[in-house]
Design a protein around this ligand. Structure first.
Ligand SMILES: *Cc1c(COP(=O)(O)O)cnc(C)c1O
Length: 381
């Protein structure tokens, strides 16, 4: 069956059809195997076909697959309890949905309860593709075809403390920011940025929404990616890695705004579905039992120093296992293709950057093999 005769053209036609995965390897329909350094875009945090996730989902679907939000169930309570514990804040209250865009939509609606209408976001940010989330996204090429979007959203340079202090006033309902801009090419702010943001938003009574959709669930070696700045946000949004490969999103509100939604404020038919929650609980248990967060930091440091020595690579930025490899020449598409030919999957968010976001439990040997593949394709470059 042909993709183009069956599916919308919004992704173009993918060149590779994947049929199977195990750990950090995937196989295509021609029998070729690939080292998966992208992890379904920061999503398969424990790789493919992880036995704990498979078992949790199989047990759950044969016990209770879906209940709607008219009913409680053990998996949603266990997951909300896990997330509350990981934030370190007893005030944390979670709303579950199915994706990152929906998590940010929920944060946007929550911000309306402040009685303020103005919103501030950052240039280059990515917060999702639905009309509300797109209104928060600071990338003109994605916005332009769909205008008019929501009014009263202002974009400021990412990492610029002076601009942030100027624009965030007592009239601003929320400031939404990623700890690392993932889709924008793994762009990191200067140290102290989130601390300054927290200080200013506290002064003005503005909700600080940390979009941890990409940085969350241990990817940076911390649970959400803001912890090293020593801050506590008002809202954390999650998706991607949260469900261990199943569709799941969350909007966690802390402190005063934890109780801003009241019955009828918001909802989602599938949000907090038992299967997705079971997969998330199994992922969190595995990460904690195997102390993976410390491992993620060490793996990130290894990759940074090994890749930075390769001729043609000018910088390696990011944190833990969310890294952007900056090329001296704008040939990321070509290098991505050459790596694919070598049996390695990465992604090129723009033509100067290769992004990697592999499984947190990827073995060291696979990382070394990845570095060798990059050396080889850069030499042929
Ligand atoms: C991917 C992403 C989103 C959107 O998530 P979807 O599940 O595709 O809706 C939002 N914010 C960030 C930071 C992301 O990386």
């Amino acid at each position: 069956m042909m993709w183009s005769e069956l599916l919308q053209n919004n992704y173009g036609t993918p060149a590779i059809e994947l049929v199977r995965g195990e750990g950090s390897r995937v196989w295509d329909s021609n029998g070729n195997s690939y080292l998966d350094m992208l992890g379904g875009i920061a999503t398969n945090i424990l790789g493919h076909a992880h036995p704990d996730i498979s078992k949790a989902v199989a047990d759950q679907i044969s016990t209770l697959g879906h209940v709607s939000n008219f009913f409680s169930h053990p998996q949603v309570l266990a997951l909300a309890d896990n997330l509350q514990r990981l934030t370190g804040e007893n005030s944390a209250r979670t709303f579950f949905c199915n994706s990152g865009a929906e998590a940010n939509e929920a944060a946007l609606k929550l911000s309306r309860t402040t009685g303020r209408k103005k919103i501030v976001s950052t240039i280059g940010s990515f917060h999702g593709r639905t009309m509300g989330a797109l209104s928060l996204t600071g990338q003109e090429s994605k916005r332009a075809p769909f205008k008019p979007l929501l009014p009263n959203v202002k974009f400021i340079p990412f990492g610029d403390v002076a601009a942030m202090e100027r624009v965030i006033t007592k009239k601003v309902a929320m400031f939404i920011v990623e700890p690392i801009q993932g889709e924008n090419g793994v762009v990191t702010p200067p140290a102290g940025y989130l601390k300054a943001v927290r200080k200013r938003t506290t002064e003005t009574g503005t909700l600080l929404v940390i979009d941890a959709v990409q940085t969350g669930m241990g990817r940076t070696g911390e649970w959400f990616g803001y912890e090293s700045e020593g801050i506590v946000p008002d809202v954390i949004t999650l998706a991607k890695g949260l469900g261990g490969g199943l569709p799941l999103g969350a909007m966690i509100a802390l402190g005063k705004y934890a109780s801003a939604f009241t019955p009828g404020s918001h909802g989602s038919t599938f949000g907090g579905n038992p299967l997705a929650c079971a997969a998330a609980n199994a992922s969190i248990a595995f990460i904690e039992e195997n102390n993976l967060l410390a491992e993620v930091k060490a793996k990130g440091e290894f990759l940074k120093s090994a890749l930075a020595q390769i001729p043609g690579i000018s910088d390696v930025r990011g944190d833990g296992l969310l890294l952007g490899i900056v090329l001296q020449h704008p040939r990321a598409q070509e290098i991505k293709g050459a790596l694919e030919h070598e049996g390695v999957i990465v992604n090129a968010p723009n033509d100067s950057i290769l992004r990697i976001a592999p499984a947190l439990n990827i073995p060291q040997a696979e990382l070394e093999s990845f570095v060798e593949s990059v050396k080889k394709v850069m030499r042929n470059d």
